[in-house]
Design a protein around this ligand. Structure first.
Ligand code: AHR
Length: 574
């Protein structure tokens, strides 16, 4: 089927099962799935819908898309905090991930400098710590003071022995070396208001009180000045230690927030939303929690993980359609609560866990194996190895975050190292970039200035889970200061390239500053991965970029099948 028919005519669409071009896809409902391990069973149904009968679009050739860029149509400044990450005391994220005393690349404090370098290269702005499920059973006091005196504890969330060799002070020093803002989570599972307010006093009060003087005695003369705080983690999830009903949690979060602010007025507080859009309490949870805590909090959290299952790659590739819908649902819920309270306060979203995660994958490190090998220190857990397909999907997640950058102002890819991560390490060995490293690093580097409100028309293809989904997914920014437009484009089609026409309004293209693409490597396939020795899934030049039009206001791009691209245009205002 020729692309022009797909793009131009509904008759063609009807005859080959493809849909007409559009910019928004439908959303189908949820269904359960078979469960296995105990932890995994408890997570069932967070983001794993299955729905309508599978109905493939017969796209065999070229996808077509058109994008209109108008310099006056913007959404606001790129919120830098959306390029966040997450370090949890889980598996090998901390131990042998960011921290490995004795490693050849470790600095004098035991921080792996190879991981620090890659963290900086990714352009990470903020890092959430110390969990995750881990935080709901954590005593922050265990992680401060002389290391030799710190207690070894059982971590029930991941069935692991926690040595506490790494704690708050180590994290703060690591964060400073990495150049990232800390985002600290408090334990609202087994602990409550007192431990929360004491942690804020320990961390942020200048001195002259027992807790702040203890920090100073422990080596940190200056207050840490941590601004961003998470009020617990996934408290709606039955798997969470100290899981609560929405009313119980809403009240606790409200009181913890109040007490924390009594110590430090300048905190920014994130209240737990749902652990996934398919949680049975999703929506009602947010409404009830905000009913209690609206006046005390600044952000509602969102978490979402996606994976390819049952060979349904079309739905997987369209996962960002679901992410868009999820974000818009939470924004609507927040605003409905605000409107009913006649409040003028605006609460934004902290999308503080998102990624591709193969929760159904079976292996020695899979979720179903948690707890099966006894109590050990930092076991290998969920060390997913990411493919080209995963990288394209991650690129579209970043597009979704940028498209909603007026309301999603914090986001953290979960996690940074080893645990479902863009960076992998071997103990005593190398650190390397996974495929998903690239869209994150390049989007963080190039998304500057204002987020563009793009008009996008793309061929659609049907998906089992999300209805008709655009084959070309895009986001963009315009930086008036540097005179640069950056476009981030994914071609979700496995069948062929996408021809994209970019029409610029109010701008003239001087030159194509850069055009790079991540796609299937030579001799590989969509499952190709990078390893420590072979970084075959990476960026190369995107060749097919031309500037046209008398006014140099049309750019044509050809995106390879299954690809993620970043294109930077030097522009002047007309
Ligand atoms: O990121 C892995 C885990 O996923 C986190 O600990 C938890 O918050 C979520 O369920």
């Amino acid at each position: 089927m020729e692309a022009s028919l797909l793009f131009d005519g509904s008759a063609a669409s009807a005859s080959n099962g493809c849909s007409r071009p559009g910019s928004q896809a439908g959303h189908s409902g949820a269904a359960g799935r078979t469960s296995r391990g105990p932890w995994e069973a408890a997570h069932d149904g967070r983001n794993q819908p299955s729905g309508a009968r599978f109905h493939r679009c017969n796209v065999t050739a070229v996808t077509r898309a058109r994008i209109v860029v108008d310099r006056d149509f913007t959404l606001g400044e790129v919120p830098r905090r959306i390029f966040g990450s997450f370090v949890e005391h889980m598996g090998r994220c901390v131990y042998t991930g960011v921290f490995e005393p004795g490693h050849p690349a470790a600095d004098e404090e035991g921080f792996r400098t190879d991981v620090l370098d890659l963290t900086r290269e990714m352009g990470i702005s903020v890092v959430r710590y110390p969990g995750g499920n881990f935080v709901s059973g954590y005593r922050w006091e265990d992680g401060v003071g002389p290391v030799a005196e710190r207690p070894r504890r059982l971590d029930g969330a991941w069935h692991t022995v926690e040595t506490n060799a790494f704690g708050l002070h180590e994290f703060m020093r690591w964060a400073s070396k990495a150049g990232v803002e800390p985002m600290e989570a408090i334990n609202l599972g087994t602990r409550g208001v007192e431990a929360a307010r004491e942690l804020v006093e320990y961390a942020n009060h200048p001195g002259g009180t027992a807790l702040s003087d203890r920090r100073i005695a422990n080596g940190a003369k200056d207050p840490f000045g941590i601004k961003l705080w998470c009020l617990g983690n996934e408290m709606d999830g039955p798997w969470q230690i100290g899981h609560k009903t929405a009313d119980e949690y809403g009240r606790l979060a409200q009181e913890a927030a109040k007490a924390m602010r009594y110590v430090d007025r300048d905190l920014e507080l994130v209240v737990c939303g749902s652990s996934g859009s398919l949680m049975p309490t999703f929506g009602a949870w947010e409404q009830t929690v905000l009913g209690h805590a609206y006046d005390e909090v600044d952000y509602v959290s969102m978490h979402a993980y996606y994976e390819e299952s049952d060979g349904d790659h079309a739905s997987f590739l369209a996962s960002a359609v679901d992410m868009d819908h999820f974000i818009e649902s939470v924004v609507a819920t927040i605003d409905a609560v605000g409107a009913a309270r006649k409040s003028r306060k605006r609460i934004n979203i902290s999308f503080d866990e998102w990624n591709v995660w193969y929760q159904k994958r079976e292996g020695a490190d899979s979720p179903s194996q948690v707890g099966t090998s006894g109590w050990v220190e930092h076991p290998r857990l969920i060390e997913d190895v990411y493919t080209v397909t995963d990288a394209v999907v991650v690129g579209t997640f970043l597009n979704s975050l940028l498209r909603h950058g007026d309301r999603v102002t914090i986001a953290n890819q979960a996690q940074l190292v080893n645990i479902i991560a863009p960076i992998l390490t071997e103990p005593g060995g190398p650190a390397w970039r996974q495929s998903i490293f690239w869209p994150f690093a390049r989007t963080s580097a190039l998304a500057q200035g204002e987020i563009l409100r793009l008009h996008v028309e793309s061929d659609l293809a049907p998906t089992q889970r999300y209805g008709d989904a655009p084959l070309v997914d895009v986001s963009g920014t315009y930086d008036a200061e540097s005179g640069r437009v950056a476009l981030f484009l994914a071609n979700r089609s496995l069948e062929g390239p996408a021809d994209v026409e970019v029409d610029l309004r109010g701008l003239r293209v001087g030159d194509v500053v850069g055009a790079e693409v991540l796609t299937i490597p030579e001799g590989g396939d969509r499952h190709s991965v990078s390893t420590a020795d072979d970084q075959r899934v990476g960026l190369r030049a995107l060749e097919d970029v031309t500037v046209e039009g008398e006014r140099r206001d049309v750019v044509r791009l050809r995106l390879p099948a299954l690809s993620w691209s970043a294109v930077q245009l030097g522009v002047t205002v007309t």
